[in-house]
Ligand binder design. Sequence first.
Ligand SMILES: Nc1nc2c(ncn2[C@@H]2O[C@H](COP(=O)(O)OP(=O)(O)OP(=O)(O)O)[C@@H](O)[C@H]2O)c(=O)[nH]1
Length: 359
Amino acid sequence: MIASKIPATVITGFLGAGKTTLIRNLLENAGGRRIALIINEFGDLGVDGDLLKGCGIETCSEDDVVELTNGCICCTVADDFLPAMAKLLARPGKLDHIVIETSGLALPQPLVAAFNWPEVKARVTVDGVITVIDASAVAAGRFADDEESIAAQRAEDESLDHDNPLEELFEDQIRAADLVILNKADLVDADAMEAVRAAVAQAAGDRPVKAIVASNGKLPADVLLGLGSATEDTIASRRSHHEIEHEGGEMHDHDDFESFVAEAGAIADPAAFAEGLKALIGRHDILRLKGFAAVPGKPMRLVVQAVGGRVETYFDRPWRESETRATRLVVIGLHDGLDETAIGREIAALTLAAETAAA
Ligand SMILES: Nc1nc2c(ncn2[C@@H]2O[C@H](COP(=O)(O)OP(=O)(O)OP(=O)(O)O)[C@@H](O)[C@H]2O)c(=O)[nH]1
């Protein structure tokens, strides 16, 4: 008898949309399923994998989490994804489901196509591609181009399609989806959510996609898992802008975005630090900032999360003996939009070392 294939769910969506939060909720409500995770991040700091590993959820052992921090999964499918999958499949014990969190910049299409590679296809099927979107960011027009400025630019250069890489990614991630989660519903009112639904329907084009509303990704596991889409069979018809523009099969790259890790000393006060970061994000047009900070006298490490101008901090777990108590933040923005030296200096100025030095 042929063993049934293991279902794999691909979770995609822009930086800070709420993918890790949704996965955490899914693990907490897994209903006894053994779920393995492959986590891919843009930026050299494995924040998401670290948060999920430290979640203390019984059904999620650290061995079940494979982290890929080497760039973006859609560019490194052969080098990173296939070995990670082979590693998971080689492990003993029954695996009920595989969940793959792509980086916020990934185009899911090449990843899903990799499920047609013989060694994967024999054992695994794509249960569904779930695209998480930040409804408050969409409602605020962050992924929409200004129609007038587009028209003006097109008038000058006919070859221009999208000038906004955020809009293009939004469309590509929606077009790949079997299910769209309109997340962060707590931040938008009913009218705005209707506008978000319309934006998603428009981005989906002629292949309608189901969209459901959520806050903090809180949805029953049965809603997220068991879609039974076998997306690898149909992904060829859901091509991204990038694939359409580069018919020759040129590798996708993320020249539109850049990231670096800022390292600094401990901080005195989380609330003041968050305020300082909020101002800094506004000055420098930072898309996403996340990582950990050390607070003297506190045995716990402080998680720092910022999406646009919204900054959140909380203590998640005690620092380990092997870890250096310092502040490390990954900073992500548009290419040529980040002044690494100035941002690093300004983050350092928000830390204790700077205050001590100034005293
Ligand atoms: N208000 C609100 N905040 C949310 C919600 N979902 C997630 N967040 C917050 O948004 C921030 C980013 O959430 P993550 O789950 O890390 O987002 P992500 O998509 O994994 O981010 P990347 O890994 O950078 O792509 C965190 O501060 C979350 O607490 C939501 O529904 N409502």
